[in-house]
Design a protein around this ligand. Structure first.
Ligand SMILES: [Fe+2]
Length: 238
């Protein structure tokens, strides 16, 4: 089985993910070994924390593309994980913050303990401006319950869940919520959100097997690869 990872921090020197070119290359090898053949880098776009990192991201992406020439069946893309703030619409509109793919999808995250109404307000602003927000690691927000996530999904957001959440890598709340989202078939994409090889490595196989066993291979294939490929990548044989 092959996978699409649309949320990872393997680019070096842009955020709290890979810090050196060598570390990025090791993470790319690990992604490939896990079965990832469609990979979108999503450096944090949070100028207050990481500065304006567009140029550093371009440089690191060029090196990643060159390194992955040894993997001709792997497709790479560059986007961002937008940290929501009131001024972020300007960054999305002027494209300093990269969207995911050619359509108007934006991977967006909030503080883990952000109030539910603030998250709803932020996502609504993006929707009303004509974008399709993909809520990054939707299972991790401590104040979002299943009913709010269900309404948000009906309103047009897409839901991304981290591959480690089902196994407790992000704590009790994230584990419970990821299972609820999966059982309600509300998940659109599973991704690694990998930051390094030590405590947040790219892992996909274990999660795919868990989802396939519990919720069926059709759904597992859809959220671990096909949905992302259909929306964001050029299709190739799998
Ligand atoms: Fe992330």
């Amino acid at each position: 089985m092959t996978f699409a990872d649309i949320h990872c921090h393997a680019l070096y020197n842009v955020d709290d993910g890979a810090s050196t070119p060598e570390m990025m290359e090791q993470m790319l090898d690990a992604e490939y070994a896990e079965g990832v053949r469609y990979l979108c880098f999503t450096p944090h776009y949070h100028p207050g924390y990481y500065g304006y990192n567009e140029i550093r991201a371009e440089e690191a992406f060029a090196r990643a593309v060159a390194y992955c020439e040894k993997y001709p069946d792997m497709q790479l893309m560059l986007a961002n994980e937008l940290h929501y703030s009131p001024e972020c619409l300007t960054w999305v509109k002027n494209k300093t913050c990269r969207r995911l793919g050619k359509k108007r999808c934006v991977l967006v995250d909030f503080r883990e303990n952000e109030e539910a109404n603030e998250i709803v307000k932020g996502l609504s602003r993006l929707i009303n401006a004509g974008y399709v927000p993909i809520l990054a690691h939707a299972e991790r927000y401590l104040k979002l319950d299943l009913s709010v996530l269900t309404v948000l999904k009906q309103d047009g957001i897409l839901i991304q869940v981290n591959s480690g959440s089902c196994f407790g890598d992000f704590g009790f709340h994230a584990r419970g919520m990821s299972k609820k989202l999966l059982s309600q078939k509300l998940v659109d994409f599973v991704s690694t959100d990998a930051h390094n090889l030590k405590n947040r490595p790219p892992q996909f196989q274990k999660c795919y097997q868990y989802i396939a066993k519990k919720y069926g291979t059709e759904y597992a294939d859809h959220i671990c690869r096909d949905h992302a490929v259909n929306r964001f990548f050029e299709k190739k044989g799998s």
